[in-house]
Design a protein around this ligand. Structure first.
Ligand code: GDP
Ligand code: MN
Length: 393
């Protein structure tokens, strides 16, 4: 689950990281009020930023500076009317504008292949890290945190030194890196990114003093750990979640959309993966991974069917149920019901074995479903049905 910048900054602040003050507004008048406060408190300008769950807001015109209340209100109105990469802007963040001397990238991710937390840094901050990785991979510094001891002090110092942080800011930068690491671990995040981590000229005092500040924050919480963080779960923005992902989550169905044309409905994650493999072996491509879970009842089956059919790429559906706790007849009834609600005619091949398979067979035959006994046969029939459907247009 992605957090908006404002909520991500809350987490960073709680972890003790330097984040300049900010406010959130959803109307131009609120933007004006917030700007007025910062300008009255001595800020020369304010920055106004779209709160949408995508990167590259700056490039898309969603990050703007304003020097007066009037200007802030106008900019706020313009940004609040924007849609960035398909997402409508409903809120903006307002903060005193930083006078930036240098921009760094600092991030922590869960690196599954090494089973450790990976810290990444770069002296080329401000731009998206994917872009740096593509064009100048050497500009990214990587350090794996120790699995038990965490990010050790010397590791943090080495990281920021190699990022090009000057000696005078080394200690602060290293403690920020440790803070980023801790924010990731304590919140069960799989990504914490500060971009830019900026060297900022301290406002207006002419002393030329510089300090490091987290000007942007991106945090993604591991969905599987959200139950441990009800306060974070409450921050979920349903507007920005894919409708299919939301329905799947609410129904307790594991669903991942893929690129192929064979919709798969299976119980059990292992069986779902096997089914996908056999679809490929039969010459097809799965349209999704879908695990309806154990003990699924008829209503869950129809919800799964809706999820599969909502994907226009789907040209055939393969249902593969191994009845254990899940009863075959219950699934069969769910399929009959789902087909009666079906808005487009997609061929379906059903294989149900195990608990109450015979009753399931009776129900399916009475309803004229195409059935299969072995999984290979089911996969072949589904792939054949999909290509027939394809030929028919
Ligand atoms: P992103 O494009 O979605 O990553 O949004 P950011 O918050 O990172 O902003 C993009 C860029 O806008 C930053 O890299 C900065 O160059 C610039 N920017 C952001 N905040 C400020 C600020 O307070 N002052 C100034 N001068 N520039 C800023
Ligand atoms: Mn950024």
């Amino acid at each position: 689950m992605k957090l908006h910048e404002a909520e991500a900054k809350d987490l960073l602040r709680s972890a003790g990281l330097p984040v300049p003050d900010w406010s959130v507004a959803s109307t131009p008048a609120e933007v004006r009020d917030a700007a007025a406060r910062y300008l009255a408190a001595g800020a020369e300008r304010v920055v106004i930023k779209a709160q949408v769950l995508v990167g590259g807001r700056g490039k898309a015109g969603g990050v703007k500076l304003a020097g007066t209340e009037d200007e802030a209100e106008q900019v706020g109105e313009a940004i609040l009317a924007m849609t960035i990469k398909g997402l409508p802007v409903r809120r903006v963040l307002i903060a005193p504008a930083a006078d930036i001397a240098a921009e760094y990238y600092l991030g922590a991710v869960l690196d599954r292949s090494s089973r450790r937390v990976l810290l990444m840094g770069s002296g080329e901050g401000g731009v998206e890290i994917e872009e740096v990785a593509r064009e100048r991979p050497g500009a990214i510094v990587r350090v794996h945190a120790h699995p038990h001891l965490g990010l050790l002090d010397y590791q943090a110092r080495q990281l920021v030194l190699r990022m090009g942080v000057g000696r005078e800011h080394l200690r602060t930068a290293a403690s920020i890196a440790v803070g980023v690491y801790r924010a990731l671990v304590s919140n069960d995040a799989d990504l914490v990114e500060v971009n830019p981590l900026a060297l900022v000229r301290t406002a207006g005092d002419g002393s030329g003093a510089l300090s490091l500040q987290c000007l942007d924050a991106k945090v993604t919480i591991d969905d599987s750990a959200l139950f441990r963080h009800p306060d974070l779960e409450a921050l979920r923005d349903p507007d920005e979640e894919d409708p299919a992902d939301r329905e799947a989550r609410e129904q307790g169905i594991s669903f991942i959309r893929l690129d192929g044309s064979i919709g798969c409905m299976v119980n059990g994650a292992g069986l779902a993966m096997t089914t996908m493999d056999l679809v490929k072996r039969a010459g097809g491509e799965p349209a999704n991974f879908l695990d309806i879970g154990g003990g699924a009842r008829a209503d869950k089956v129809s919800a799964a069917m809706r999820l599969i059919l909502a994907d226009p790429k789907v040209r055939a559906i393969l249902v593969n149920i191994f009845g254990g706790i899940t009863r075959g007849d219950e699934v069969a009834r769910g399929l009959v019901e789902a087909r009666s609600e079906q808005t487009r005619d997609v061929p379906m091949v059903v294989r149900i074995v195990g608990t109450n398979a015979e009753e399931a067979g009776d129900i399916l035959r009475a309803a004229a479903f195409e059935t299969a006994t072995s999984l290979d046969e089911a996969a072949q029939k589904a792939v054949a049905a999909a290509s027939r459907g394809g030929a028919a247009g």
